[in-house]
Write a protein that binds this ligand. Structure first.
Ligand code: ATP
Ligand code: MG
Length: 436
């Protein structure tokens, strides 16, 4: 094949045959969020570039290296969202949702765009499930949000997931910490990468998040934020840990987690699998005011759906099997084809999925097709069947056939057969259970 264009590097197509896996993960995510009292929010895929420069922070890798930014035809600088929080908070502020019941609890399922080096679990277009809990200052909110993340991963059956938490303090304690970091990294000035050299003046904490080998090696022995956080932040962190202990959520404190986005304060956390973050987030008490809004202490997380699916597939997770067509009607001849279309409509009105020929194929080819798509029942409609208004419906698994009056009897026979089959399946699974 000589296609005009192939897919862009770092993007993936979701194919029809795997859509049920995606739908499963998305529906478990949405259901879990709803259980915790979150409702869906949808924001545009693009926003004004300033939103991310201010929200995510202009010394972060995301803003400095990874954003898809362009000028639109009106000359405005536009950016495809690299993450979901900034847009969600913008929307909540813009619509004055903080005047309603607080906290505002919103979840989203969206695409994100980052110009990263594509590799395992790292794409340029990827999907996130995220939650934002806006206007909730208490440590119980942190524990709730972390527990939501854990519940989601548990419900999806992910194995070998660890939870790491840290506190990165507030602007007050961070000022002292920043000084200490500056002093430490000054010693290694000649070895830092050019980006981190710039960060040394503007935001030395970002150096801790640099992916370059040399910088991360130097960062290993840098002062730790937990030694610098103020009494308020420490107390908050202690209470979060106590809530997690009470909820029996296991974690380890990792003083090296700083997260890659500037808006975080106090609690930060990551659910990891083999060193790769599956779900990560934290508190961002200053974000709403940074974006020009009212003071709303908030927190949230985002989970990468491709990473979740990748792990589930690697671990042999069982996905609910997609529903197969109930009936395939094989018409022979033009007259029968028109009847088949009518019968299919009738069945669909009753909630059965009915499929018929679209290619004018012969009986053998049609049966092969019915078999390929896994139709539960088939019905052959020839001139004779049309004339007598009766046909035979066939159970493709057992081979059992039943005569049916057309069109009246079709729906009831299909119901009968489906109920019989449901009972057979039930007996079979009960027998299996008893064997166990
Ligand atoms: P990483 O440290 O792996 O680069 P991150 O800290 O940049 O992750 P966040 O911005 O916190 O990630 O995004 C939340 C989640 O989104 C991550 O934990 C991950 O599961 C997913 N994610 C982030 N970037 C990508 C990407 N380029 N491709 C696929 N998933 C991603
Ligand atoms: Mg990243």
């Amino acid at each position: 094949m000589d296609l005009v264009a192939s897919a862009i590097k770092g993007t993936l197509d979701m194919l029809p045959k795997e859509s049920h896996e995606w739908h499963y993960v998305e529906s478990v995510a949405a259901d879990t969020a709803k259980l915790y009292g979150f409702s869906e929010i949808r924001t545009p895929v693009f926003e004004k570039t300033e939103l991310f420069q201010r929200g995510v922070g202009d010394t972060t890798d995301v803003v400095q290296k990874e954003m898809y930014t362009f000028n639109d035809k009106g000359g405005r600088s536009i950016t495809l969202r690299p993450e979901g929080t900034a847009g969600a908070i913008r929307s909540i502020l813009e619509h004055g949702l903080f005047n309603e019941a607080l906290p505002v609890k919103a979840y989203y399922l969206t695409t994100c765009y980052r110009y990263e080096k594509p590799q395992k679990g790292r794409l340029r277009e990827f999907h996130q499930f995220g939650v934002e809990c806006v206007g909730a200052a208490a440590p119980t909110a942190d524990a709730e949000v972390i527990t939501l993340g854990k519940t989601l991963l548990d419900r999806l059956g992910l194995q070998n997931i660890s939870l790491e938490i840290n506190s990165i303090g507030c602007p007050e304690c961070r000022a002292k910490y920043t000084e200490a970091l500056k002093k430490y990294f000054e010693e290694y000035k000649s070895e830092l990468c050019p980006t981190c050299l710039d960060r040394l003046d503007r935001n030395p904490m970002r150096i801790l998040d640099c992916k370059s080998e040399i910088c991360s090696k130097i960062a290993e022995n840098a002062p730790k934020i937990l030694d610098y956080i103020c009494d308020d932040c420490r107390e908050h962190f202690e209470k979060v840990k106590a809530c997690l202990d009470a909820a029996d959520v296991k974690y380890t404190v990792n003083p090296s987690i700083v997260r890659g986005l500037d808006y975080y304060t106090k609690t930060v956390f990551e659910f990891l699998h083999n060193g790769l973050a599956v779900c990560a987030g934290g508190r961002y008490d200053g974000l709403a005011t940074e974006l020009g809004g009212v003071d709303l202490p908030s927190l949230g997380f985002a989970a990468g759906l491709e990473r979740i699916l990748m792990i589930m597939r690697e671990q042999g997770a069982e996905f609910p099997t997609p529903k197969k067509p109930d009936l395939y009607i094989a018409p022979l001849g033009e007259n029968a084809s028109a009847q088949a279309v009518k019968l299919c409509g009738l069945l669909r009105d009753e909630g059965f999925s009915a499929i018929t020929d679209m290619s004018g194929r012969g009986l053998k080819a049609q049966m092969k097709y019915a078999d390929k798509i896994g139709a539960k029942y088939t019905l052959v409609l020839g001139d004779n069947e049309v004339e007598t208004s009766t046909a035979k419906i066939k159970d493709m698994q057992s081979g059992e056939q039943r005569e049916v009056a057309l069109p009246e009897g079709l729906v009831s026979v299909l119901y009968d057969m489906s109920i019989d089959k449901a009972f057979d399946d039930l007996h079979e699974s009960m027998a299996k259970l008893e064997e166990k």
